[in-house]
Design a binder for this molecule. Sequence first.
Ligand code: CA
Length: 230
Amino acid sequence: MSTQYPVLIVEDEEKIAQILVDFFALEGFNTKVLHSGEQVISELKENTFSAVILDRMLPVVDGLTLCKQIRQFSNVPILMLTARIDEIDRLIGLDAGADDYICKPFSPREVVARVQVILRRTQTTNNIRDKGSRKLVFKDISLDLDAYVCERRDQTIELTPVEFRLLKAFIEKPGHVFSREQLMDKGYVDGRIVSNRTIDSHMKNLRHKLMQDDEISPLQAVYGIGYKLS
Ligand code: CA
């Protein structure tokens, strides 16, 4: 699979970074490597990348902080590398907004495969674009499937790719109560199993983002079942 944009690898252990570069090259990917957290934000603001491989423990600025900072201006897919299993839900949930994670020690082949899954999703989005403008609307919320933009009352709401897919599912079926298992399928197109806590974390974040001032979020928890949009 060829890519339009390189993959940014942020990893301070040079051996690991080089192994990733080699495996990505084998699959035809271009890469760029940074060995500390220092230049990551400016690099992402100046250049376009198809995905970011972000190590959790980094010199200067750690991966968790970087992930939060990136999410303030970009929806680029982020794959976190971590040795801390206790932090996984925080990494992909409310706190940081990463799309995926891989535990260290990892197989470089697995990292490349996960990125390929992410890029296939992007290509699917591009295919929709060819069929003309598609916009989903629910009351004052609109979801532009071409531009990957969510708006409410003319204000742009920044969503992660997982949040975007979850909201798309809700808008396609207003009033329908989705179980956490169904939301897992909607949010992760690669059939991955994540914990209920992770889904709750994404939902908490999404509900919060859709809320304005003190009003009740249009996304509601249905006790013992899941969530619905109403
Ligand atoms: Ca490290």
